[in-house]
Structures are given as C-alpha cells and as structure tokens.
Design a protein around this ligand. Structure first.
Ligand code: ZN
Ligand code: FE
Length: 256
C-alpha cells in the first residue's frame, strides 16, 4: 500500500516542464530538476508547499541551473547523479541506479539512463506508477545522444521499456508535436501512432500538455522504443541489430 503523492506540473523556460512532488503526510516537497528557480519558488508558494529537496536528473543548465538559488532560498537538500556529481551545483548526495530516494513516506527507485549525458538518472515511484525521466525519453522521442554511445542509450531505453506499462513518464520537455512529425516518417502505417498524432494536435491547439506520456502508448508508437522489433529493424536496414536500428533512427531525427 503506497503513500499518496501530489505531482504539480508547470511549463517553464521555452519548452521545459517543472515538477514539484509533494508527500502530504510529512510535508516534504521535491523539485525535480530546476530549470527556473523563481518559477519553482512561485509555484511552491501558490501550493503552500515548502521545497525540502531537489532531485536532479542530469547536469544541463535547464535541469540544474536553479539549484543554488533554490538551495539558498529554501535550505533544501540536493540529490543528483553520481555519474556526474562534479557538475551538479550544490549537490549533497550522489545516487545511482538501484538506490532508493525518500520523500517523507514515499520512495523512488533510481534508474541509470546514460546516453544524453553520461550520468543521467531517472526516478521511479513504483507505487504511484510515475517516472521522472528528464531528457532520456520524451513523448514520441528520446534525448539527443550527446555524451554516450548509441548502445548506451539503447540500453537505457530498455530499462524504461521494462517498467510497468501503466507507468506515466514525466518528461522534461514538451517536444511532442515535432517528435510526432518525425515519427510518422518512420512508421507511416502505424495506426496507433495516427490516433496519437490526432490527439496531440488537439491537445496542443487547446494549449494543453501532452506530458506525462503513458508508457503503454509509447511502446506502441515511439520509434526509438521500437528498435527491437524485426519489422522496424528491416525497415531501417539493420536486421537483427537493435543498436544499429536505434542509431539509424536517432541519426535520421538529428538530421530531420
Ligand atoms: Zn538535457
Ligand atoms: Fe533539457
């Protein structure tokens, strides 16, 4: 029997999502990444929550750039990836895959998802079917492979794929509409994708977020998560080779 958590999502910077996760029994509140410290402080104030922790997914400034300001304003404790701890401003505790981080009575498992950066981690609240995935996976997309290899990134996506299919993926950016335009070039016949694209267009024209994304739907539509399917491998020219197939899709997206 899991403890309840409240997830408050808000848009910040150009296309980032900010997340405040609140555990009401203890009153603890975690800022998941810190794209914009002032926005986080405003949103927390409006909710009546006090930020007690920061959980960073990776070092990029649109994820950890508000750390020091938030720490100064709240005295919060900063938890970040062991694999790039030296690049996380103000870090108090470094964590890696298999570790558990606590938010009052609630707990999240840390998952290693390197590739976009070498230390990138995700936070999975299994009881709440919620995963904060940063820039590892997006709705219909995945992060650019800046620091790691295609093999590393594919192995990270496999860890996401292995989560329960009812998991909601709280991605760090609203990139879905442009990801959708690319996804249909890879899978022109995918019926589930067509339905998803129609839903995305409606959501965006109503100015509503498409995030969080349901893992089950991503498994059926997100080309990057489908590099292990024989039909996809054949279409990409890499039969029997999920890493080559993933690399081909990632390369096409980078040039799209
Ligand atoms: Zn990033
Ligand atoms: Fe980012």
């Amino acid at each position: 029997m899991g403890i309840n958590i409240d997830i408050h999502q808000f848009a910040c910077l150009n296309d980032n999502y900010g997340y405040l996760v609140h555990e009401p029994q203890s009153g603890e509140t975690a800022a998941v990444d810190t794209p914009d410290a002032e926005r986080y402080l405003e949103e927390a104030r409006a909710k009546g929550w006090a930020i007690t922790q920061i959980w960073n997914t990776h070092w990029h400034p649109d994820h950890a750039g508000g750390n020091l300001r938030l720490k100064e304003a709240t005295g919060c404790r900063i938890i970040g990836p062991a694999g790039e701890a030296a690049k996380i401003p103000g870090i108090d505790q470094a964590v890696k895959g298999g570790d558990v981080v606590r938010l009052g009575e609630a707990a999240a498992a840390v998952i290693d998802v390197p590739g976009h950066t070498l230390g990138h981690i995700a936070f999975h609240f299994a009881d709440q079917s919620a995963a904060f995935v940063g820039d590892s996976v997006f709705a219909l997309g995945c992060g650019r492979v800046f620091e790691g290899t295609m093999e590393m990134m594919w192995n990270s996506l496999k860890r996401i794929k292995a989560l329960p299919k009812e998991t909601l993926l709280y991605c760090a950016h609203e990139y879905t509409a442009s990801n959708a335009r690319f996804a249909v070039t890879i899978q022109p016949e995918n019926k589930a994708l067509k339905e998803y694209v129609a839903w995305i267009e409606k959501r965006r024209s109503d100015n509503l977020p498409t995030v969080p994304a349901l893992l089950e739907r991503e498994l059926a539509t997100n080309p990057f998560l489908r590099a292990d399917l024989p039909a996809m491998q054949l279409a990409m020219g890499h039969p029997g080779d999920p890493v080559g197939t993933f690399g081909e899709i990632r390369g096409r997206k980078d040039r799209f």
